[in-house]
Design a protein around this ligand. Structure first.
Ligand code: SSV
Length: 143
């Protein structure tokens, strides 16, 4: 089985709506938290370079919802790599209600990013930096 990078988040009341379940947009925010933690843990130089001309541009994202989450749940995002090509990286996210007897798949998401640099004429594509490429390889999803 392909290893997944796991990010856990306790759902807060702030993230729930009038009905008591999590507002859909937060699932995408958590994708951001998850990828940021991945960089901090596995490619810290890449994270640092984001303030120094290097950019990781989000080119797309999405989410499908199968179940509900409410305040007090712990959600676990399992992130895998679905594409690593040139300057592009794509990821898939399985969202589980965790810390329960039987973890439940509540949503699935995806996103794609592109590595760029800020040149005199604006953003230009650059190859995925070596540190990030090396960190990503173990997570490539075998189709
Ligand atoms: C400032 C900003 O927009 C930061 C973007 C960070 C992007 C991070 C991408 C990380 C990809 C990790 C993929 C891991 C797959 C297992």
């Amino acid at each position: 089985m392909t290893p997944a990078y796991r990010y856990r988040h306790p759902v807060t009341l702030e993230e729930t709506n009038l009905v008591g379940n999590v507002y859909f947009a937060h699932y995408v925010r958590w994708q951001g938290h998850c990828r940021e933690r991945f960089l901090a843990e596995h490619a810290p130089d890449v994270l640092a370079s984001l303030t120094d001309g290097f950019a990781v541009v989000t080119t797309g994202c999405g989410c499908e919802y199968f179940g509900e989450l409410t305040a007090g749940d712990v959600v676990e995002l399992r992130m895998t790599l679905t594409e690593l090509e040139g300057h592009r990286v794509a990821m898939a996210f399985d969202y589980y209600r965790s810390e329960v007897a039987v973890p439940q798949l509540v949503a699935r998401g995806h996103q794609a990013v592109a590595c760029m640099t800020r040149g005199p004429t604006g953003l230009e594509p650059v190859p995925v930096p070596d540190q990030l490429r090396t960190a990503l390889t173990p997570y490539l999803k075998i189709q």
